[in-house]
Design a protein around this ligand. Structure first.
Ligand code: GTP
Ligand code: MG
Length: 186
């Protein structure tokens, strides 16, 4: 019999990605179930009590803002995280290119091998486009095995927002092989 011990007493989710991809909007949309029209540069840290999370584990959600934080503060947050959502905007190729030219290599450099930290790749703003970035995302997942899952979502329409945070929790609590989500909610 295999007994799995769950060592995580909480899950700390960090969102990173280029400016303007919608990190803060994603967090505020999740919390208020409504798209924030006026979005601050950085959300406060959000604590979600265990009983309202799908995996029943207390969850902290942490925003990153290049305007408000130094490179050193980013490194510290990366090292404290249990899972990192790397966000790009599906309507802006540059932000997706930066996932492989900057963000994933930066995370590899910053995370030592003693602190394995799964990544969820998040394509935000699907409300703006009528195509999917799944093919490019699959290539990224092939090249970077730390990417546990992929989700396309919209902070504006709330499409796949709760799923995004659920997949982040799941990447920590039940790490598996690659997985991706492209189904859109109505
Ligand atoms: P920085 O704090 O500068 O790093 O940016 P950010 O990643 O936190 O992005 P933010 O949430 O501030 O959103 C940037 C802009 O994109 C704002 O004008 C948002 O209203 C808009 N935005 C965010 N998410 C969506 C979305 O899903 N769809 C659309 N259409 N616009 C969005
Ligand atoms: Mg922000």
């Amino acid at each position: 019999m295999v007994v799995r011990h769950n060592l995580h007493r909480n899950v700390r989710i960090l969102l990173v990605g280029d400016r303007g991809v919608g990190k803060t909007s994603l967090i505020l949309s999740l919390v208020s179930e409504e798209f924030p029209e006026d979005v601050p540069p950085k959300s406060e840290e959000i604590t979600i009590p265990a009983d309202v999370t799908p995996e029943l584990v207390p969850t902290n959600i942490v925003d990153y803002s290049a305007v408000e934080q130094s490179d050193m503060q980013l490194v510290e947050e990366v090292q404290r995280a249990n899972v990192i959502c790397v966000v790009y905007s599906v309507d802006d190729d540059d932000t997706m290119d930066r996932v492989t030219s900057y963000w994933l290599p930066f995370l590899r450099e910053t995370l030592t091998h003693t602190h394995r930290c799964p990544v969820v790749l998040v394509g935000n703003k699907v409300d703006l486009v009528d195509y999917s970035t799944v093919d490019a995302a699959m290539e990224i997942m092939n090249d970077y095995k730390e990417v546990e899952s992929f989700v396309e979502c919209s902070a504006k329409t709330l499409n796949n927002i709760s799923e995004m945070f659920y997949y982040a929790q799941k990447a920590v609590l039940h790490p598996t092989g690659p997985l991706y989500i492209t189904d859109k909610q109505d």
